[in-house]
Design a protein around this ligand. Sequence first.
Ligand SMILES: [Zn+2]
Length: 388
Amino acid sequence: MRGERIERLGPGVAIPPGARVIDLTGHTVLPGFVDGHVHLAGRTTGEGDWVHGLVTESAADNAIYGVVNARRTLLAGFTTVRNVGARGFADVALRNAINAGRVPGPRIQAAAHPLGISGGHCDDNGYVPGLFGREPGPLEGIADGAGQIRQAVRTQVKYGADVIKFCATGGVLSQGDDVGAQQYSEEEMRVLVETARLAGRRVAAHAHGSEGIMAAARAGVTSVEHGSFMTEEAARVMVEHGTWLVPTLMAGEAVGGPGSEARLPAWAARKGRMAWEAMQRGIRTSVRAGVRIALGTDAGVFPHGTNAREFELLVNLGGLTPMQAIQAGTMNAATLLGMERDIGSLEEGKLADIVAVAGDPLADITRLQRIEFVMKGGEVTRAAAPTP
Ligand SMILES: [Zn+2]
């Protein structure tokens, strides 16, 4: 490579004089991984007094968590991420600091505040009215009806959002809503997608229930996140509209799998179990129907830096081949982000985002959880131990 890009590739490349040689004999070299769904800027769910983070920690606190989490994510081989929700533009600040080289981390596509209805999954519920002196509004992503939705999308873009995220249905870690129930009307989703499109932004929709999944797909979102209660009909609608599914199986496991009860309040654990049970069937339904799958984990619901377990779950639960799982976390996720011309595969002219593992990950997909070498944009951020 020269500078941040791959100049030549292949077996017959002559090594120019003075070039630095990195010997990765015995390793499998892959494109840098892409995680389509993370929350870098904040405390990890279940860690310390995370339930009260809203009233005890500011956007500045969240940005500092983000600095630590971004480094862990990069060292795990994820050289690009889509950050789908953060408070106070902490993700935008983190993205800018990484781009400027002030702190190490993956390339970030930031959504800033996710949009949601009053009292929905993207709102903060269970507190007294006017907690911060007024109700949250479009600046914080809380928007009801066409006018507020337009204002909320434009406000997120104004303050640095690269992509727009919204909550189409209820969720697990929100109090007082039903995990599967649709929240925005399809008409509201259309306004949201149209406004984002005019601003040149793609849209990611958090959706667990099938009605919300179908409404979001018909409204023209780029991706559905989670997709837990996927039905055959919903999967068909997604295929018809070319909608990506970002399965976040690790998040399902974290909120509904073994040990989740101990980390979550009872109301969240109950919803988590339902979602996880459905998600394990839903991913099969989606794969069978031919829905396009891009890897995304929801890291932040579990510790950052463990993201590569999602490859294993895509194989074991989703029934993808190891190669399909790797493509979900490289070329597919790059395409989801609209960055397929720069990242997602090792090709001449693309950014030199390169990772390596010992041995063959096609024979053992868990090898991807033991990354030994990371290069982002031509810069080595994790050096492999020399092969004996
Ligand atoms: Zn999420």
